[in-house]
Design a binder for this molecule. Structure first.
Ligand code: SAM
Ligand code: ZN
Length: 280
């Protein structure tokens, strides 16, 4: 049974055949050839091609596949394995703002004693296309986290990594004892890189806990900090291209980085875990 719902009438959508999903009122959605669904109606798009573009998505893939952020993946898995408890072994998990799919595939699979059915969504068609093409066991669909085409209380685990969050929607789709894991940049994230671009580096701040606390209890806070030693210009460029710095900074300043062959960079993440408030 799919957890997906029709973006037009909110009834459940199910596969009608190999290439089409259909809702109870006969709205139909074709699977793209890469295997994903587009559940973002045109009239809900704020721009023609919302979310990260193809270059940004491929830049994330290039860097993530070098494995530099895998200590974060291991920490997320350790937290799920050791700190979270689920009522049933069959767990429905959603990667909300999944990008090109690295985290849904690596962090939500092979958890101790659990069998996860993995969904991933992003507002970027390029993100979802690349995720679906590579990670065929997971279900990827285009939608906005502000209006998720997902049935209420159908999801046991939400993972959000560096993506926008929508506490009210997360609350609606989560089961009563479900968990939302939100990863955001902690104060020193990529400091050394920022220092090469800006005269003064402002530490990252986050409002995740403040925003989520309206709907959720904050049940766990972890900081995951490690240093990565980048040893060649190509990997350094891959990291740079994954950051907003690359897309928003003038070429002269970027040359402070692109002229280098190596750099040690601090990776600094907040991992915050939430459950619905008890009285709800
Ligand atoms: C910094 S990227 C993180 C992607 C992925 N979680 C990762 O860490 O590789 C932020 C992602 O949020 C997506 N995004 C932005 N607004 C969104 C929205 N309203 N709904 C769903 N995704 C959104 C972007 O397209 C982008 O892929
Ligand atoms: Zn419908």
């Amino acid at each position: 049974m799919s957890i997906l719902t029709c973006p037009y009438c909110n009834t459940a959508i199910q596969p009608a055949n190999k290439t089409t999903y259909r809702c109870e009122n006969n709205h139909s959605f074709d699977l793209a050839k890469q295997g994903y669904l587009n559940l973002l109606p045109v009239n809900k798009k704020k721009s023609k091609d919302p979310g990260d573009n193809e270059m940004m998505i491929l830049a994330r893939r290039n860097f993530l596949e070098l494995g530099f952020y895998d200590p974060l993946i291991l920490r997320i898995k350790k937290l799920i394995n050791e700190q979270l408890s689920f009522r049933k072994k069959a767990v429905v998990a959603l990667d909300a703002g999944c990008g090109e799919g690295y985290y849904s595939e690596k962090a939500l699979n092979h958890l101790h004693g659990l069998h996860t059915t993995i969904y991933g969504t992003d507002i970027s068609k390029h993100a979802v296309k690349n995720a679906a093409k590579k990670y065929k066991n997971n279900t990827y669909f285009v939608s906005s986290i502000y209006d998720l085409p997902i049935a209420k209380r159908s999801t046991h685990l939400i993972l959000s990594v560096f993506s926008p969050i929508m506490p009210a929607e997360f609350k609606r789709i989560l089961s009563s004892k479900g968990y939302a894991i939100v990863v955001s940049p902690a104060s020193n994230h990529l400091n050394e890189m920022a220092a090469l671009i800006y005269e003064t580096v402002k530490p990252h701040t986050t409002t995740v806990v403040e925003n989520m606390s309206v709907e959720f209890d904050h049940v766990l806070a972890e900081r995951c900090t490690f240093t990565i030693a980048i040893k060649n210009a190509e990997d350094l460029l891959a990291l740079l291209k994954m950051t907003p710095y690359y897309w928003s900074t003038g070429i002269e300043r970027l040359e402070n980085i692109t002229n280098k062959n190596e750099l040690s960079v601090t990776c600094d993440f907040n991992i915050d875990i939430f459950q619905k408030k008890r009285q709800q």
